[in-house]
Design a binder for this molecule. Structure first.
Ligand code: CAA
Length: 294
């Protein structure tokens, strides 16, 4: 099956990145969100990213115009998917919201359209089960920032057909991404390692093993990570990390995945990282300042 039209549900951090790379690969893209201001913000981010590429001489004005011309913002869910070949969902990680959305999408999208979720933890099989096409339902997990990160995890649910995986592998290749195939399991491959690793860094802060900046520097230079684990925690969002940790404990029934009390306390305080202006660093000035916990 040839994919020409892609609908991206959600214009947030992940959704606008996915819409951008799809349009850059030549696909006709509809980017849907529930409020015009989210669509406008998503479009503004895409424009800013493309203009940065233009300023660096990596793309031409003609290409920028072409990419922007291939993305249409849409508010109505049914309208957004009615002629899609592939729907990629990047809406908030709330199970009920995902299930309700997939029920509606299933009823409105063409019969043969492939449905892909960018969820970072929710079961693909559970979402597929509310549709009439579990064979065409698959996980397509991108990484933030989407235009930069080179991986897509493809997640095979209980009913996902191999031919569906093949289509997603081909589309991901056109987006310039390498793929790995993961049989459904909580956290897939990457978050299963990433989330416990970040949590361990937070336990170390909680136990006063090192300061925030030293813990980050240790891992950045000692392991050659592009960002230290606490900078990365702020980048991903502490609310997301807590959600995934709690989900792991529920699903694996294993306390080794438990979230540090400090993470839970910070989320309760609204310190969820970069997007809130404060997490392990304070982002209120140009240069982020590490927070002191002891
Ligand atoms: N959007 C688009 N492009 C971006 C960007 C963004 N938000 N941030 C940086 N870039 C681009 C820059 O324009 C630059 O492009 P060129 O090479 O073409 O000039 C390039 O990325 C490198 O950027 P910088 O030089 O400014 O900074 P850097 O070298 O420190 O890289 C980074 C920034 C790519 C974010 C890097 O620090 C990094 O890879 N960090 C780790 C990110 C990571 O681990 N992501 C996964 C998070 S987990 C997840 O997403 C899954 C989940 O389910 C939780």
């Amino acid at each position: 099956m040839e994919i020409k039209k892609i609908t991206v549900l959600g214009a947030g951090q992940m959704g606008n990145g996915i819409a951008q790379v799809c349009a850059q690969a030549g696909y006709e893209v509809k980017m849907r969100d529930i409020d015009q201001k989210f669509i406008d913000n998503g479009m503004a981010t895409i424009k800013k990213n493309l203009e940065r590429g233009l300023a660096k001489g990596k793309i031409t004005q003609e290409e920028v115009d072409g990419v922007l011309g291939r993305i249409t913002g849409v508010l109505d869910l049914g309208e957004s998917v009615k002629d899609a070949d592939l729907v990629i969902e990047a809406i908030p990680e709330i199970v009920k919201l995902k299930l309700d959305t997939w029920r509606e999408v299933d009823g409105a999208a063409p019969e043969g359209a492939i449905l892909a979720s960018n969820t970072s933890s929710i079961s693909i099989t559970q979402m597929a089960a509310v549709t009439k096409r579990p064979n065409l339902f698959v996980g397509m997990h991108f990484f933030n920032p989407v235009p930069v990160m080179g991986l897509v995890e493809i997640i095979k649910g209980q009913g996902t057909e191999d031919s569906t995986v093949d289509v997603i592998r081909e589309v991901s290749g056109k987006l310039g991404k390498k793929t790995v195939l993961v049989n459904e399991a909580p956290g897939f491959a990457v978050n299963r390692l990433l989330v416990p690793a970040i949590n361990e860094a937070i336990f170390a802060i909680q136990e006063n093993v090192a300061t925030v900046e030293d813990m980050d520097l240790a891992i950045k230079l000692g392991l050659n990570w592009p960002m230290g684990p606490l900078t990365l925690a702020d980048f991903v969002g502490l609310d997301t990390l807590l959600y995934i940790s709690d989900y792991f404990v529920d699903e694996f029934k294993d306390s080794k995945y438990r979230a540090p009390a400090l993470l839970r306390k910070m989320v309760r305080a609204g310190w969820v990282g970069r997007k809130s202006g404060k997490g392990f660093y304070d982002y209120s000035s140009d240069e982020p300042k590490p927070v002191r916990f002891h």
